[in-house]
Ligand binder design. Sequence first.
Ligand SMILES: Cc1cc2nc3c(=O)[nH]c(=O)nc-3n(C[C@H](O)[C@H](O)[C@H](O)COP(=O)(O)O)c2cc1C
Length: 345
Amino acid sequence: MTGARQHLDRLWRQGRDFLGSELAILGGAMSWISDRHLVAAISNGGGFGVLACGSMPSDRLAEEIAATQERTVRPFGVNLITLHPELDALIDVCGELGVGHVVLAGGLPSSAAIKRAKDTGAKVMCFAPALAIAKKLARAGADALVVEGTEAGGHIGPVATGVLAQEILPEMGRQMPVFVAGGIGRGEAMLSYLEMGAAGVQLGTRFVCARECIAHPNFKQAFIRAAARDAVPSVQVDPAFPVIPVRALANQATRRFIEFQHEVIARFRDGTITQRDAQLEIEHFWAGALKRAVIDGDVENGSVMAGQSVGLVKSEQATAEILVELVEQAVAMLAGRETRQPAVN
Ligand SMILES: Cc1cc2nc3c(=O)[nH]c(=O)nc-3n(C[C@H](O)[C@H](O)[C@H](O)COP(=O)(O)O)c2cc1C
């Protein structure tokens, strides 16, 4: 087994060196979920926790970073949404508090934002949804990339993780650390991406039912009950009214959203409201919905964002146990191969 563990450590050495953690496993930032408790637990367990800033103002972010620093001496990162109106101030807060890694998410970051974050001394990670964008981000100064496929929970792109990994890893994996995310629930899958050239992996869904995670018990129960097929992308009913694709568990809210779009679009068609107002109403439907599910526990009327790997979440577990399990599964896979007899023709 030790040979297999050494093999794993060689495979993700680049990721471990980049993150400064024992395991190259990022706990992907999840708004309302990835707070001081979960982030510190992931980093203390040897992984790399990432705080979700979401829509927090800069003083709240500062408070959360400081509270996380009180709970762990290990490195962790901060995820900032590029569309946040106070992005520059948030980057500065990360700099003032000595955050080592800033993840710029939720849209293509500007070169200026990447530079500002790098100027604080932080390493900057960005999401690359296609090879052309990966190259652009590398030119703009990103230090590492996250490649996230459509199996993931939350906001998603259209392409599967396995396809994006094949598109981006062979070319970018040699130049810079590339972390693969979306649909990873077990160590064997993690290993397969490392063998394809990933520096490490990022998991979100798998950490929601961590004991240290503050999500409401109803939210965790919904994860434990759900099958992979229950985590579905948001439905858009009319090409003229775009809907931001989000993967979440099907519930009353996802069903109501379809009816709601039809009602709003009918009001536009009969001239009651303008197209712009109709679009705004559709966008507004989900305002506050993630908090409603995660914090208030209303898993029928809120948004239960979850990836397809939700089908692999079977119980509440300590964060450290989840991390150990992922490593053990990868190591067992490697060890099994080492002891297997060579095939005879
Ligand atoms: C409930 C939930 C909330 C999320 N919120 C964010 C977010 O605020 N910012 C972000 O960059 N990614 C967010 N994500 C994506 C995760 O960081 C991570 O990349 C993703 O969960 C990985 O795929 P997986 O769910 O298949 O493990 C969220 C995911 C979930 C499930």
